[in-house]
Design a protein around this ligand. Structure first.
Ligand code: ADP
Ligand code: ASP
Ligand code: MG
Length: 472
């Protein structure tokens, strides 16, 4: 890209990291809107996801190829490539559209070869999956960089795989923070200092020796937080398809209200509990460096968004309701009385899975795990220690509020509202900041809706449109 004239820039902690999710760049109109938002921001570093749906499509293509359906897999690649070409033609001036289309063609030829290899081996390893799915972010970030340039700013595409260094846990790689920070200082900072707008793909990274990795599904938020922390940014803005963090998932509860301000700790717990609007790891780097985070709607940039800072809002009885599906209840009935050794053996057998809400009595241990946990295998491993049973297709519903479990009248209202729904387990969660309920997966949505109606009746809706919280 050649250099358009005269960008002002902000020094040091004035950098602002703007992250845009897949729905914010799903088509040419959305991408143009985003490029316009970026163009207005001084000192911006941009992190962007793959176009909405592309990561799933690439994964499916890899799986198809491994199962011998190479033609279908190649067809999916063509569809994805076409979608980017159409957007480029619509968005970019001819001078940059031409070279971009040539680049796109080459990138997808490389991916087609990769799928050939997958089909030949009949295996789609996590390592290959990272190489394949990461290309969604590679091409979207290149396209957005061109779009920002077309909007009049001197954008520079930066290969995130050269900046974010991770271990080799393919599919769910862990960042190596020191190495990442020094690469960011080396590769991104000079661009910012010379007034350019660096544009990086989220989600993608590489090992120290350059093998591509990814940070796990939804990981672009985490990428953006790592970039913000590494550069000592003054603000991180997560731009998405809803107004901010809401009192419930607006897809389940269209009446959900905006939470204008929330603490790092509370927001992190909501994300852990299933509020998909933020990747659960996002707030850690931001908290460490005390970087305020804003969640905002790229389709309604005038909406004030949610501000996440060290000190959140006043405590409230109920802040939000979340749900997380795909949970299995594992009960281990111990063959002898519980002792630390036996419990340790059971927990060790569950190594590698995220565990939640463990309860222990003299003769049993009950825990919640991701439904990927192989209960049959656990049963075999622990045969001498316990009789293991799993109940799958459960969901965790959490009601967040200040010391909620202590307000017996509130707890009574919760159970009253859930009349007729089987609640398999109920317990106060971490730091007494939530009440955790386990229900059948197919009753999760209804549970959230009933609880949301109880605590946030739709008659006294808040107005969301005031001045932007994140604006300076
Ligand atoms: P992006 O592509 O921008 O990363 P995501 O799909 O990952 O967006 O996250 C945004 C989605 O998160 C929303 O469309 C919404 O359905 C969902 N979501 C779940 N819980 C909440 C919540 N409490 N507040 C806001 N959004 C939520
Ligand atoms: N594109 C990746 C995903 O769909 C990462 C992200 O969107 O945050 O999981
Ligand atoms: Mg996301």
């Amino acid at each position: 890209m050649s250099q358009p004239a005269g960008n002002k820039h902000v020094e040091g902690r004035g950098w602002v990291v703007l992250k845009f999710g897949g729905t914010s760049v799903e088509n040419a109109a959305a991408l143009r809107r985003v490029a316009g938002l970026v163009a207005q921001q001084e000192g911006a570093v941009v992190v962007v996801s793959a176009l909405a749906g592309v990561t799933d499509q690439l994964l499916a293509a890899g799986e198809d190829a491994a199962r011998g359906r190479l033609t279908a897999a190649q067809q999916s690649l063509l569809v994805i490539c076409d979608r980017h070409s159409v957007m480029a033609r619509e968005l970019l001036p001819e001078a940059s559209a031409g070279p971009f289309l040539t680049y796109l063609q080459k990138e997808f030829e490389g991916l087609a070869k990769l799928l050939h290899g997958v089909a030949a081996l009949g295996e789609f390893s996590p390592r290959t999956a990272d190489r394949l799915v990461g290309s969604g972010e590679v091409v979207s970030s290149r396209l957005l960089a061109e779009g920002v340039f077309a909007a009049g700013r001197n954008a520079a595409w930066v290969d995130a795989r050269q900046c974010l260094v991770t271990d080799d846990a393919f599919g769910q790689a862990k960042p190596l923070r020191e190495a990442t920070n020094s690469r960011l200082r080396e590769l991104v900072l000079p661009l910012l200092e010379s007034g350019r707008v660096p544009v990086l793909g989220g989600f993608i990274a590489a090992t120290a020796d350059g093998t591509p990795t990814t940070l796990g599904r939804g990981g672009s938020d985490f990428s953006a937080a790592l970039v913000a922390a590494g550069l000592g940014a003054s603000r991180l803005e997560i731009w998405t398809d809803v107004d901010g963090i809401m009192t419930a998932d607006p897809r389940l509860c269209p009446d959900a209200r905006l939470i204008p301000s929330i603490s790092f700790a509370e927001a992190a717990e909501l994300a852990q509990a299933g509020a998909k609007v933020l990747h659960p790891a996002t707030l850690l780097p931001a908290t460490e460096k005390n970087i305020p985070v804003y969640v905002r709607n790229s389709r309604r940039p005038r909406s004030r968004g949610t501000r996440i800072v060290a000190e959140g809002a006043e405590p409230v009885t109920v802040r939000a309701i979340t749900s997380k599906r795909g949970v299995v209840i594992v009960e281990a009935r111990l063959r002898r009385q519980a002792d630390a050794h036996t419990l340790g053996q059971i927990l060790k057998a569950c190594e590698g899975y995220t565990l939640d809400l463990c309860s222990v009595s003299q003769h049993s241990l009950v825990l919640l795990a991701d439904s990927k946990l192989a209960v049959r295998e656990l049963e075999r491993t622990l045969r001498d220690v316990a009789e293991v049973q799993g109940e799958n297709h459960k969901a965790i519903v959490r009601v967040f509020g200040d010391r909620i479990g202590r307000h017996t009248s509130v707890v009574a209202q919760i159970f009253h509202a859930l009349a007729g729904i089987e609640v398999r387990l109920a317990a106060p969660g971490e730091g007494e900041r939530n009440l955790t309920l386990v229900v059948d997966e197919d009753q999760a949505a209804e549970s959230v809706q009933r609880l949301h109606n109880l605590f946030f009746p739709s008659s006294d809706q808040q107005a969301n449109e005031v001045s932007p919280a994140g604006a300076q």
